[in-house]
Design a protein around this ligand. Structure first.
Ligand code: PLP
Length: 466
């Protein structure tokens, strides 16, 4: 086969690298990455030319644009900060809790060098990474002992595997929860090597149902907080106290998965009551599991708190090594827990609680601060107004509890659905993407969680309205 003539016109890697067109790209991305990218591009260009000799060969300047755009895309498609104005305070897809400043400082200090993560400085010998948070967590929850794993799903998994491997776990049919992201209690149970012993009915479970289910194969009694739904109407569930008493009489441990698990009484902030970790342990529950990055407002982690002998068993399970947390998590969690020692500081210092506790007047005033920038930017392309709206906690906490809030409502003049989609897309394309929600033919930005007014206003000034 004849060599297509066009092939000879393709510039060499060296020629491109030494050309003025590539000077900026090499400055930003370095010689190695740029030449790698050029090589990949030229190889695909060559194969296109081999298939079609008429294939055009771009000028060097155009090749530089293609290469730079693709390198830019690789660098910006990774993890980026976004403004969460969806109205869901703890949004799993948007990374849940924002950490307080003290936790961020601690992460930087800890991650930038070595630490005494598992090293006892007074004795000069091996320590336990849980030591850095266990004492604080015991103080705050009233637990005898605590251990921490990668997330609450891991906490549930390791507890089931530790306490009930090869045995039955008794749980009410009303609590066979699916959390989302394929975490379903029955399936986790199977993976942990336990068998599920369902009891009661979906809407009503009585103490005698638990009592009847306990036999020589029982390894664990379990209650799961129905985080993301509520069963209403003719219902009955058994209290933590009653299950705890039965567990003691039957000599099997009692585990409660609280999901969100708060350490403070949410009624202080005008929210509904959610059982606290302290209350559930005080009721006689042997072990409680909860998330570090839901209502607690900390880093992703799963906290296991309870009876010392049982927590010791979890720590000794080989799975603990696979599910343990990183030093950055320990550093951040420890700072967040310190804030709970001064509960009055929480609404100021801890973003999750600050956002949940934010009063209507303050939210309205944030909306009024950013409204002019929206109005100016929209020009005659949309109508912009402030409307009352409802935020929610998210991540399965108090699913039916709506928090009164305010949103910026944007209605494009064009009533086509595509205009709305395009607008939402344009906001997601901002340098710091802004994520809202579509509702009733409008784009809503709930400002309960907005702390960066200046950034948003600045972005609106440079915004090319679609
Ligand atoms: C959220 C939740 C989990 C999973 O917790 P992660 O921290 O997301 O792993 C488990 N159980 C319940 C009841 C939950 O609400």
């Amino acid at each position: 086969m004849n060599q297509p003539n066009q092939l000879k016109l393709i510039p060499s890697v060296d020629k491109l690298l030494s050309s003025a067109a590539f000077r900026n790209t090499i400055g930003v991305y370095g010689h190695t990455r740029t030449s790698q990218s050029i090589r990949e591009y030229l190889s695909s260009l060559r194969s296109q030319v081999r298939q079609n000799d008429g294939h055009p060969i771009p000028a060097m300047e155009d090749i530089a644009v293609i290469i730079t755009t693709s390198l830019d895309a690789i660098d910006t498609s990774s993890l980026r900060p976004v403004l969460n104005l969806t109205g869901t305070v703890l949004h799993t897809n948007l990374g849940r809790a924002a950490l307080p400043a003290s936790a961020l400082d601690a992460v930087i200090r800890t991650a930038s060098g070595n630490t005494n993560l598992e090293f006892d400085l007074s004795e000069g010998k091996r320590g336990d990474r849980d030591d850095h948070v266990e004492k604080l967590l015991c103080e705050l929850t009233g637990a005898e002992a605590v251990t921490v794993v990668n997330n609450n799903a891991a906490a549930v998994l390791i507890c089931l595997n530790t306490f009930a491997f090869g045995k039955e776990v008794c749980i009410s049919r009303g609590e066979l929860v699916e959390i989302g992201g394929s975490f379903r209690i029955p399936e986790v149970m199977e993976k942990s090597g336990c068998s599920l012993r369902e009891l009661g009915a979906t809407n009503r479970t009585h103490l005698k149902d638990y009592a009847n289910a306990v036999n020589e194969h029982t390894g664990l009694l379990m209650k799961v907080h129905t985080s993301n739904y509520e069963i209403r109407g003719f219902t009955q569930e058994v209290s933590y106290e009653a299950v705890a008493r039965l567990a003691k009489e039957s000599d099997v441990p009692f585990l409660a998965d609280l999901g969100s698990g708060t350490l403070v009484n949410l009624e202080h902030y005008g929210l509904e009551h959610e059982p606290t970790v302290q209350e559930v342990l005080k009721a006689g529950t042997d072990v409680v599991t909860f998330s570090g990055d839901k209502l607690l407002g900390g880093p992703q982690s799963g906290i296991i708190a309870g009876r010392k002998d049982l927590i010791e068993q979890v720590k000794n399970n080989p799975l603990k090594r696979a599910l343990r947390v990183d030093k950055m998590t320990i550093a951040a969690l420890s700072e967040v827990l310190k804030l709970y020692k001064h509960p009055e500081s929480l609404t100021r210092e801890l973003p999750t609680i600050r956002h949940l506790a934010r009063r209507s007047e303050e939210i309205r005033s944030i909306a009024e601060t950013v409204l002019p920038a929206f109005t100016k930017s929209a020009g005659d392309k949309a109508t912009v107004s402030i409307i009352p709206s409802a935020s929610q906690i998210g991540s399965g906490a108090l699913p039916l509890n709506q928090l009164p809030s305010f949103s910026i409502q944007i209605k494009p003049i064009s009533e086509r659905d595509s205009a709305l989609q395009q607008l939402a897309r344009a906001f997601r394309d901002m340098p710091v993407p802004v994520v809202g929600r579509l509702h009733g033919g409008a784009l809503l930005f709930d400002v309960r969680t907005l702390d960066e007014c200046a950034l948003l206003i600045d972005q609106l000034e440079h915004f090319a309205w679609p």
